[in-house]
Design a protein around this ligand. Structure first.
Ligand SMILES: [Zn+2]
Length: 365
């Protein structure tokens, strides 16, 4: 074997080695999201593993329910517990807030429960979840300290806070203690802390009161916009675009949403279209479906899909809201459809994960 022969072999081997290492490098650096995004129908920005009596689906069973339909899920329980008052309900166990006149109360242990469920998963399965802290009382100046304590007790777990509620039909009024308010400094304090850490903030706040008089300015629209303006660096997701079961989209709903979207100072605000009640309004008629789709096609970066399912027993129940949106999905441009169903979730939650992990690295021993 002469020298030129040898060096040709050497070069060929070198090229092969280079190709193999490049392939390995690409394979190992491809994140879950990049690798599997195409395989799934959606990422779910709004999901409750447990219900109003803190019971729910085992997370391992829920993984099977997600199957190859949901890629990633923002995971939380419910911060409120429906009290079973024997004096009021005797042996009739209430399981939902409408089942009883007994109060709801803030149940902080939900955060430990969610963290423990998450930690019982393999690293690979953990990557499919973004757990959220919810077990704080937003009227308490100490709420921020609860969030800090949860991050310290469970580093490496949480990506955001919420879904927590300020004004929510039938719920806010029956929580023991003070009624929550958008104008409470306790809320500002906890949002300041969430912003410092980089936590995503998923907030439920009805835009109006139930049975509002027509023609009157929606009760909480101005306060909500003021709250967003006070926290320009917070990553907000406004759950259900401010709509409720009987808080119908007010006549000016589209205008309120567009005003927020078009305000360059409010580019931190996003909207989730979760909940079958919201889907019901959007796909009510061909016209409403078209209006909804046009809005999302115009501003594809600002909306996220979520199910708002609570402890679903099987995959059919879990996919109900996604399937309900079928006529709406058909009217989205391919770009808007991808963003609402997957990409906006990945952009927002990946960034939050990165920030929260780096805050933890600096603050948790
Ligand atoms: Zn919800």
């Amino acid at each position: 074997m002469n020298f030129s022969h040898k060096s040709a072999n050497y070069l060929r081997n070198l090229r092969m080695l280079f190709a193999i290492s490049l392939a390995l490098l690409l394979a190992s650096s491809s994140t879950f999201a990049q690798k599997d995004s195409d395989e799934y129908l959606f990422n779910d920005s709004h999901f409750h593993l447990t219900n109003y009596i803190q019971e729910g689906t085992d997370i391992h069973d829920f993984l099977k329910i997600m199957g190859n339909k949901a890629g990633r899920v923002a995971l939380f329980g419910i911060p409120l517990q429906q009290q079973w008052s024997y004096r009021v309900d005797e042996n009739r166990r209430p399981t939902y807030y409408l089942n009883s006149d007994a109060p709801l109360y803030y149940y902080s242990f939900t955060d430990a429960w969610i963290a423990t469920a998450y930690k019982s998963l393999s690293k690979q399965d953990q990557a499919r979840f973004d757990p959220m802290i919810t077990g704080f009382n937003p009227t308490d100046m100490y709420a921020a300290d609860h969030i800090r304590r949860v991050l310290k007790a469970f580093p490496g777990v949480f990506t955001g806070i919420g879904e927590f509620s300020i004004h929510k039909e039938f719920v806010s009024a029956k929580i023991a203690g003070e009624v929550a308010s958008l104008q409470d400094q306790a809320l500002d304090r906890l949002l300041d802390f969430a912003t410092e850490v980089g936590l995503v903030v998923l907030i439920h706040n009805d835009v109006d009161v139930p049975f509002a008089k027509p023609g009157v300015e929606p009760a909480y629209a101005a306060q909500m916009k003021a709250l967003f303006r006070r926290h320009p660096n917070t990553t907000f997701i406004w759950a259900h675009i401010g709509v409720g079961r009987i808080i119908r989209p007010v006549k000016d709903q589209a205008a309120i949403v567009e005003e927020i979207i078009n305000d360059p100072k409010l580019s931190n605000v996003h909207f989730d279209i979760s909940w079958d009640e919201v889907a019901k309004y959007i796909v009510a008629t061909p016209e409403s479906t078209k209006h909804g789709a046009e809005m999302v096609n115009r501003y594809p970066n600002r909306f996220l899909f979520g199910t708002d399912e609570v402890a679903p027993a099987d995959q059919d129940k879990y996919l109900k809201v996604y399937n309900q949106y079928e006529p709406f999905w058909k009217l989205l441009t391919p770009e808007a459809g991808e963003k609402v169903r997957k990409k906006n979730y990945e952009r927002i939650f990946d960034e939050a994960r990165r920030k929260v992990r780096s805050w933890e690295a600096a603050h948790v021993k």
